[in-house]
Design a protein around this ligand. Structure first.
Ligand SMILES: [Zn+2]
Ligand SMILES: [Zn+2]
Length: 169
């Protein structure tokens, strides 16, 4: 877990502090599949701005996950560019939504914040390419490598036997 200790420096109203921080990412489980972060530790830019009534935290980073394609199960890559911000009111009595859930005492939980930001920015499906053809629903072969269709037998053989019988009657 990566946390950032805000006691390391003091900001006055109107001041800003910017720092490169390293965040360790956890594997991502999405749609029943597991995706691994590569690299596992990313460099993010943390900006802390002190305003009159509170503090604004902004986090910016890029991440890359590898795992199975939702349609064909070949390797897919998920690349995200994330920019998120959180606010912490100086007044402890202020509304709950004016307090970031990632701040515990003087420690900002960067791992949890990054994990939630990644989850919120996920696409509906993770694909090896946007137009992945997927697997054939009939034989399971990869339609990207072997594009094909199946000849459909018009009538089930049991029916044709019946038809034949009917013709004979
Ligand atoms: Zn695919
Ligand atoms: Zn097929």
């Amino acid at each position: 877990m990566t946390t950032f200790d805000l006691r390391r420096f003091r900001l006055w109203s109107g001041e800003q502090h910017r720092e490169a921080v390293e965040i360790e990412l956890e594997p991502l489980v999405y749609g029943g599949q597991r995706y691994l972060p590569v690299p596992q530790t990313i460099e993010a830019e943390l900006t802390i701005t002190r305003a009159t009534s509170g503090t604004v935290f902004a986090l910016r980073f890029e991440n890359r996950f590898f795992g199975p394609c939702y349609r064909c199960l070949n390797e897919a890559e998920l690349l995200q560019q994330i920019t998120v911000s959180e606010y912490q009111d100086s007044d402890p009595g202020a509304d709950e939504e004016l307090h970031t859930p990632y701040l515990e005492g003087s420690r900002l939980d960067l791992s949890a914040w990054a994990r939630d930001a990644i989850a919120l920015a996920l696409p509906e499906t993770i694909l090896c390419r946007f137009d992945c053809a997927g697997l054939c629903p009939e034989c399971g072969r990869d339609l990207n490598h072997e594009p094909h269709t199946h000849e459909h037998v018009e009538v089930d053989s049991r029916w044709s036997a019946l038809e034949k019988l009917r013709d004979e009657l």
